[in-house]
Design a protein around this ligand. Structure first.
Ligand code: COI
Length: 365
């Protein structure tokens, strides 16, 4: 087979498309990650043929050999982006080029092949076009699109797989946290690290999330919604949460987030928040943030707001930080004004309620 660029997709429509009433019942209360649309995209790659065989198929189980390398050595990466319904019914995505580029960087780190940006975006477009009725209309809802790439070669030697599959699935989504945008509590992991120097922390790979699950369970047991990781070497500097980046607002209006250290995921929402804060004239700092600065800053009033951000959770205020033997802040305090105002600006752009000066939006359907 000859590979053509950009890839041409063949479509096999589902013969089991959910009835409108069933779909509408799901869209009325989508939750997060519980339901999937009627179709999926798959593209195959081999060393010999490169990317080929791009298909839109009915959503359904994957066929994988039990020897598939992903099942043994976790050679896997993924992305997360959303499709937003605008008031005129059109459907848009937010900075899909940034997700495509990050997936290419993740692919390099995980020794996976890079999918060209145009094919990544075409795959998302194909899926959202065929399943556009799954893009919800209620405020704060969207279609969460999950591209992922797995080593599908059946081979137990430890080396980069020579056969790989890229898939895109989609899931209608409401708020990531059950309480919506209410302030959350964070648990400081002192026993565990997320990523170390030279590791895979900057890549969006499943392994990073697998290793967060035990400390995340600890966070739940402590009544917190997310776990916070410090740098692996000194256990001193704030890195990121289990699934999102973290920001601080200082009393003088300075907006601070941990610098990309090689072990922090470069969030698309993170870089968008930095741009929006800068647009408003806030001094913005990407630097190392000692955990003591967070604790003492909240106690003294030097830090006035703390928030988490990511595609799934958008911008979520952090009310409280808890760790072994200490606690600062409160989830009963109101969400910070700048936190909520940047959140509103960002979501207004995403839902087409205000202009898009950075050219971040791309029409999908
Ligand atoms: C996202 O915000 O898209 C994430 O990756 C967080 C989580 C759902 C994995």
């Amino acid at each position: 087979m000859t590979t053509t660029f950009p890839l041409a997709f063949t479509t096999t429509p589902s013969r089991a498309v959910r009835a409108e009433a069933e779909r509408e019942a799901i869209l009325a209360s989508p939750g997060f990650g519980d339901h999937f649309t009627d179709h999926m995209v798959s593209i195959h790659w081999t060393v010999a043929e490169g990317w080929h065989d791009a298909q839109v198929n009915p959503y359904g189980p994957l066929q994988l050999e039990p020897g598939a390398a992903v099942l043994h050595y976790a050679q896997e990466i993924f992305e997360g982006l959303k499709a937003y319904r605008h008031a005129d019914g059109s459907v848009w995505s937010f900075r899909p080029d940034a997700n495509a580029q990050r997936m290419q960087r993740s692919a390099v780190r995980l020794a996976l092949p890079q999918l060209p940006e145009a094919d990544f975006i075409a795959a998302v477009e194909q899926l959202v076009a065929i399943d556009r009725s799954w893009v919800p209309t209620a405020p704060e809802t969207s279609l969460y699109v999950r591209p992922f790439m797995i080593a599908s070669e059946s081979f137990l030697g430890v080396r980069a797989a020579q056969a790989v599959d890229f898939h895109v699935i989609a899931s209608p989504a409401g708020a990531y946290f059950p309480n919506g945008v209410a302030p959350i509590s964070i648990w400081l992991a002192t026993e565990y690290s997320r990523a170390g120097r030279g590791g895979t922390g900057a890549a969006k790979c499943g392994g990073n999330y697998a290793s967060s699950l035990l400390p995340q369970a600890e966070a739940y047991a402590e009544g917190c919604q997310q776990v916070l990781f410090l740098d692996a070497e000194e256990r001193t500097f704030v890195e990121e949460l289990g699934g999102m980046n973290v920001f601080f607002v200082h009393a003088d209006g300075t907006v601070v987030t941990p610098a990309l250290s090689g072990s922090i995921l470069e969030g698309v929402t993170r870089s968008s928040v930095l741009a929006l804060a800068e647009d408003r004239g806030h001094p913005v700092q990407e630097r190392r943030v000692p955990i003591a600065e967070w604790i003492e800053g909240v106690r003294s009033g030097e830090i006035t707001e703390v928030f988490a951000c990511g595609t799934a959770a958008v911008i979520t205020p952090i009310g409280r930080l808890k760790g072994p033997g200490f606690e600062v802040g409160s989830v009963d305090a109101p969400a910070g004004a700048l936190t909520m105002s940047i959140r509103e600006e960002l979501t207004d752009i995403q839902y087409g309620r205000r202009s898009d000066p950075h050219g971040w939006m791309r029409r999908l359907a």
